[in-house]
Design a protein around this ligand. Structure first.
Ligand code: ADP
Length: 243
């Protein structure tokens, strides 16, 4: 369970988040929406311990992430997959190698180097099965920079699942793609997360995608949560007023 207790975050003089209270239960699928600068990326950054709260507490399963360090922070973060806006793939590595990097936090540098140099049969099979689920099994040995944008997004999703996280965080993963492709990718990520009972928190710009694929939508504006609920309960007009 993820819990924010009166969380504030400042970057110097900029107050990015203010008095945020929030609770996300295991297996929930949550969409963050709001205009640019509302604080969505900051909220996601706090959820995986990449950023530290300036005040209040961010707790993961009852543990204050801000008080963890070293090995315990690393362990907590290993259970949280991060799909950044730019996908964070290594362009000149092959698809299977990029996906193997999903276990970097668990295996350490030496373990990952070994996987990259001589990947075991079991690992290769596991990666092939994941690629089948995201629909690009035939690309397993392709270099990532030879793939289309949509295929790269599927690699990033497969890498996140390969990490075997409890929580998947995705920061506007479809901001740079056309509406049809965005729909299929958000549909894919939400259905995979649902099947595997993972918690999913995704920020999106497109309110219609939020309505279509999520039961819970959190609307943000100027560093605060201004609405939180089922998209049909919150009301379309209110959602659109955020843009
Ligand atoms: P969103 O993801 O909704 O666009 P962000 O969390 O990126 O919002 O930003 C929230 C606020 O914090 C904005 O005013 C933004 O300019 C500011 N901000 C974000 N990151 C930084 C940073 N690294 N340094 C200074 N200000 C930042």
């Amino acid at each position: 369970m993820l819990q924010f207790q009166s969380v504030g975050l400042s970057y110097g003089a900029t107050r990015a988040l203010d008095a945020v209270d929030l609770r996300i239960e295991p297996g929930e699928q949550v969409c963050l929406i709001g205009p640019s600068g509302a604080g969505k990326s900051s909220l996601l950054g706090l959820m995986n311990g990449r950023l530290s709260a300036s005040d209040g507490a961010v707790c993961l399963n009852g543990e204050d992430l801000g008080r963890l360090s070293g090995k315990s922070l690393k362990e907590a973060r290993a259970g949280i997959a991060w799909v950044p806006q730019d996908l964070g793939l290594v362009p000149n590595l092959r698809v299977n190698q990029n996906i193997a990097c999903g276990r970097a936090a668990r295996k350490g540098l030496l373990g990952i180097l070994k996987s990259l140099l001589v990947m075991g049969k079991g690992e290769k099979e596991e990666i092939a099965a994941l690629l089948r689920r995201v629909g690009i099994e035939e690309k397993i040995f392709s270099r990532v920079d030879h793939l289309s944008g949509g295929q790269q997004q599927r690699v990033a999703i497969a890498r996140a699942l390969y990490q075997n996280p409890h929580i998947i965080l995705a920061d506007e993963p479809v901001s740079a793609v056309d509406p049809e492709r965005a729909k299929s990718l958000v549909g894919l990520l939400t259905s995979l997360a649902r099947e595997e009972e993972k918690t999913l928190v995704m920020s999106l710009h497109d309110v219609s995608l939020a309505r279509r694929y999520f039961d819970r939508v959190i609307g943000m504006r100027e560093g605060q949560i201004v609405m939180d609920g089922r998209p049909d309960e919150i009301g379309l007009e209110d959602l659109y007023r955020l843009d």
